[in-house]
Design a protein around this ligand. Structure first.
Ligand code: AHG
Ligand code: MN
Ligand code: MN
Length: 334
C-alpha cells in the first residue's frame, strides 16, 4: 500500500507532541500561514482572468510602485491574522507603521513581520512570486508592543520561512534547527511534506544577481562575480547565471541545488535594496538552518542590530563556501 502522505497539520501535531510545554498557538499560526498561501495562490492562478494585475497608482513607504497584487496579498495576511488571537502586532513591507491590534481584540504572544508579495515585478508576466514571514515572540502578556520592540536580531526569530508561488505552491519554513518544504496539493487543498530536512550543498554552480547593476557595485563584488565566469576547476565550466527577480524563487533554487544569491551594497547605495526584518532575516534563518550562510559581505545577517522597521541591508546568501568566497573578495582578502 502506498505510504500515506504527511500533511502540514499532521506534521505540526507531531512536532508539538515533542514539546509538551507548547500551547498549540504556534502550531495554529503556521497553519494560518498555510491558509494565507492558499488564498494568495487562488488569486494568482486566475491572474489575467480576474482583475488583479497592474498597479494601484500609489507608491509605498519605500518609494516603490504598489502593484494591485501587493495590496491583495497584504490584505490577505491582515484578514487571516487580525482576529486570529495569535498575534499582537503585524508589520509589513506595504505598511509604513506596524498594525497594533485594538485593545479589545483577542491577542497572542507572536509578532508577525512579512513581505506579502515578493518579486512583484513578476506579477503581470506569469513568473514566480513569493511571500516571506518572520515570527518573533513578545513577552508583554497582553501589552501592545511598541514599534521598537520589533527591532530584534535575526537570531531571535522563533520561526521563519516563505511561500513560493511557482509552478506549484510551496511552504518552506524553519522552526528549531531544521528546514522543511511542503507542497500544496490543489486537488485536496492540503500541504504535503515534499522536502524533509532540506540541506543546502556546501558549494554550488549557480549565481543569482541583477548584473545590470554591475557598474554600481564595489570592486570586491565585481571581482568575485568576474571570477565565477572563469572555468571552475572542479566543475570544468563557469557558474551559470539564474536570476528571476524574485528573491524567494532565486533563493529556493539555491537552497535545493546550491550556489549564491547577491543583492550587494552599491557605491551610491551601500545599504543595498532588500529589507532586513522581513526579507533578509527570515531567508537567512532558513538558509543557515539548512547549512548555508547569509552575510552583508562583512557581517552575519542574523547578528545585525535592527534600527528601523524598513531598514535595508546588502544580502549575500547561499552555500557556505560560496558565501565565504564572496566575503573574502568583498573584504579584500582574495
Ligand atoms: P519586492 O517585490 O518585495 O519589493 O521585492 C523585490 C526584491 C526581490 O524579490 C528581488 O530579488 C529584487 O527585489 C529584485 O530587484 P531588481 O529588480 O533590482 O533586480
Ligand atoms: Mn520582497
Ligand atoms: Mn513585496
Amino acid at each position: 500500500m502506498a505510504k500515506f502522505p504527511v500533511t502540514l497539520s499532521r506534521f505540526i501535531i507531531e512536532q508539538q507532541t515533542a514539546y509538551p510545554e507548547a500551547t498549540g498557538e504556534f502550531s495554529v499560526l503556521l497553519t494560518q500561514i498555510g491558509l494565507v498561501g492558499k488564498l494568495i495562490a487562488h488569486d494568482l492562478r486566475r491572474a489575467g482572468l480576474i482583475d488583479v494585475l497592474g498597479t494601484t497608482g500609489e507608491t509605498n513607504v519605500q518609494g516603490e510602485v504598489v502593484k494591485r497584487l501587493d495590496m491583495i496579498a497584504n490584505d490577505t495576511f491582515l484578514r487571516v491574522f487580525e482576529h486570529s488571537g495569535l498575534v499582537c502586532v503585524l508589520a509589513s513591507e506595504e505598511m509604513e507603521k506596524p498594525i497594533q491590534l485594538p485593545q479589545h481584540w483577542p491577542k497572542g504572544k507572536y509578532m508577525l513581520l512579512f513581505d506579502p508579495l515578493d518579486g512583484s515585478s513578476n506579477t503581470d508576466v506569469n513568473m514566480p512570486l513569493g511571500a516571506i514571514f518572520s515570527i518573533l515572540k513578545h513577552d508583554g502578556r497582553g501589552r501592545l508592543p511598541a514599534e521598537a520592540e520589533l527591532f530584534r536580531k535575526g537570531t531571535e526569530q522563533v520561526a521563519a520561512g516563505y511561500l513560493l508561488f511557482g509552478s506549484s505552491t510551496m511552504l518552506v519554513f524553519s522552526v528549531g534547527q531544521r528546514v522543511h518544504g511542503f507542497t500544496l496539493d490543489p486537488s485536496i487543498g492540503e500541504y504535503l511534506l515534499s522536502h524533509e530536512n532540506i540541506r543546502i550543498p556546501k558549494k554550488g554552480k549557480v549565481y543569482a544577481a541583477n548584473e545590470g547593476n554591475y557598474h554600481r557595485w564595489l570592486p570586491g563584488t565585481q571581482k568575485y562575480v568576474d571570477a565565477l565566469k572563469v572555468n571552475d576547476k572542479a566543475a570544468g565550466r563557469p557558474y551559470s547565471a539564474r536570476y528571476s527577480g524574485c528573491l524567494v524563487a532565486d533563493v529556493h533554487r539555491i537552497l535545493l541545488g546550491g550556489g549564491i544569491y547577491l543583492y550587494p551594497g552599491e557605491i551610491d547605495k551601500p545599504e543595498g535594496k532588500l529589507r532586513l526584518l522581513y526579507e533578509a532575516n527570515p531567508m537567512a534563518m532558513v538558509v543557515e538552518h539548512a547549512g548555508g550562510k547569509a552575510s552583508t559581505g562583512t557581517e552575519r545577517i542574523l547578528d545585525l542590530e535592527p534600527k528601523a522597521l524598513h531598514q535595508r541591508v546588502p544580502l549575500i546568501i547561499g552555500s557556505a563556501e560560496d558565501v565565504e568566497q564572496a566575503e573574502a573578495s568583498i573584504q579584500g582578502r582574495a
